[in-house]
Ligand binder design. Structure first.
Ligand SMILES: NC(=O)C1=CN([C@@H]2O[C@H](COP(=O)(O)OP(=O)(O)OC[C@H]3O[C@@H](n4cnc5c(N)ncnc54)[C@H](OP(=O)(O)O)[C@@H]3O)[C@@H](O)[C@H]2O)[C@@H](O)CC1
Ligand SMILES: [K+]
Length: 289
C-alpha cells in the first residue's frame, strides 16, 4: 500500500487494479472479505475506544494504547494490521464485553459496497453485537455480494428490506449504537434518490457533521469506502449532492479516491482510515496484460 497521504486512485483505476489483482491470484471474493473484515476490526477498536473515553466501561486493558492515541489525535491510521482484535484482548468468547449488547444498523446497497457491509455485519454479529441489516435497494445483484448475503441469512441477524416495507425505518425502535453505511461506493454517480435518500436522511438525523462522536454520544457513523451519495471521482464542488451521508469515520479501501482529497467534501468524511485490502498497486501497474 502506498503510504503517501495524498496518494489516490480514480474509481476507474480501482476497477482495473481489482481486475488485475483477481487475475493474479487475489480473488474478488477475498478482496471483499478483507475489506469487510478490516472494516469490522476498525469499528470494534473505535467502539471500544469510545467507551473507554466515555468512562462507561473499564476497557483500558483491551485497548491498544497506540491505536487509541492515534484515534484521539485524529491522525489517519495506517493499516488494519495495527489493530488488535477484541477477541484476543480480554472479551468473553463471543467478544461481548458489555452488559448490554450493542446494536448495529448496516445499510446495504445491491452492489459490492453492500457486499462489504454483509461481511462486516457477519463479523460484528459473531463478536456479540446485535445486528440489523437494511437492504436499501432490495436483494444483492453482484455475485460476491450474493454469496455474502447468503452467509448472513442463517445467522441471528435481522434483515429488513426497504423495498418490501415502506415503513422499515419508521419501525426501527431502538436508537442504534453504530451505523454502517454500505449503500454505495465507487460504483455510484449522480444524486441520491428513493430509498437511498430516505436512508441517508435517517442516518444524518444522528450525525452532527464535524462534531466528534466520541464526545457527542449517540451512534457512531461509519461509511465504507465513500459516504453514500458522493461520487468517488468528484472534484467539482458544484456537483456535490449535500443530501449524502455524513459520516464520523470513512473506512477507505486500498487508497483514497479523488473526492477524499477535496476540501469542499471533507465535512462528510469525518476521519479517514485507509485500509489495505491486499492490492499490490505498484506490481499490478507493471504486470503484462
Ligand atoms: N470490485 C470488487 O470486487 C471489490 C469492491 N469493493 C467494494 O465495492 C464497491 C464498488 O462496488 P460496485 O462497483 O458494485 O458499486 P457500488 O458502489 O456498490 O454501487 C453500485 C450500485 O449503485 C447503483 N447506483 C449507481 N449510481 C446510482 C444513482 N445515481 N442512483 C441510484 N443507484 C445508483 C447501481 O445501480 P444500477 O445503476 O446498477 O441500477 C449499483 O446497484 C467499492 O466501493 C468497495 O466498497 C471491495 O469489496 C473490494 C472488492
Ligand atoms: K458507502
Amino acid at each position: 500500500m502506498n503510504k503517501n497521504r495524498e496518494h489516490f486512485v480514480t474509481c476507474g483505476q480501482m476497477r482495473i487494479l481489482e481486475k488485475r489483482a483477481d487475475e493474479n491470484g487475489l480473488s474478488y471474493y477475498q478482496m471483499m472479505e478483507t475489506a469487510g473484515s478490516s472494516a469490522a476490526e476498525i469499528i470494534l477498536e473505535i467502539d471500544m475506544y469510545r467507551r473507554f473515553i466515555a468512562g462507561k466501561e473499564d476497557v483500558s486493558d483491551t485497548v491498544n494504547s497506540k491505536v487509541a492515541e492515534t484515534v484521539y489525535v485524529g491522525k489517519s491510521i495506517k493499516s488494519p494490521k495495527s489493530y488488535v482484535s477484541a477477541e484476543n484482548k480480554g472479551c468473553d468468547e463471543k467478544g461481548d464485553w458489555s452488559s448490554r449488547r450493542k446494536n448495529v444498523l448496516v445499510f446495504c446497497g445491491k452492489g459490492n459496497n453492500g457486499g462489504d457491509g454483509f461481511v462486516t455485519a457477519r463479523i460484528l454479529c459473531n463478536k456479540g453485537y446485535e445486528v440489523t441489516v437494511i437492504l436499501v435497494d432490495g436483494k444483492p445483484v453482484t455475485s460476491n455480494s450474493k454469496i455474502n448475503f447468503s452467509l448472513i441469512e442463517d445467522m441471528p441477524i435481522t434483515i429488513v428490506d426497504m423495498k418490501e416495507n415502506e415503513r422499515a425505518l419508521i419501525e426501527l425502535r431502538e436508537i442504534p449504537d453504530i451505523i454502517i453505511d454500505a449503500i454505495y461506493g465507487t460504483g455510484f454517480q449522480g444524486a441520491l434518490n428513493g430509498n437511498a435518500l430516505k436512508a441517508a436522511i435517517y442516518i444524518n438525523n444522528f450525525s452532527k457533521g464535524s462534531s466528534d462522536s466520541t464526545c457527542r454520544g449517540g451512534p457512531i457513523i461509519f461509511a465504507l469506502d465513500i459516504p453514500s451519495g458522493i461520487s468517488g471521482d468528484l472534484i467539482n464542488e458544484k456537483y456535490l449532492d449535500h443530501s449524502c451521508v455524513c459520516a464520523d469515520y470513512t473506512i477507505v479501501f486500498h487508497a483514497k479516491k479523488p473526492v477524499h482529497l477535496q476540501k469542499f467534501a471533507s465535512g462528510y468524511f469525518g476521519r479517514i482510515v485507509v485500509c489495505d485490502i491486499g492490492i499490490d498497486e505498484e506490481r499490478l501497474w507493471n504486470v503484462e496484460i
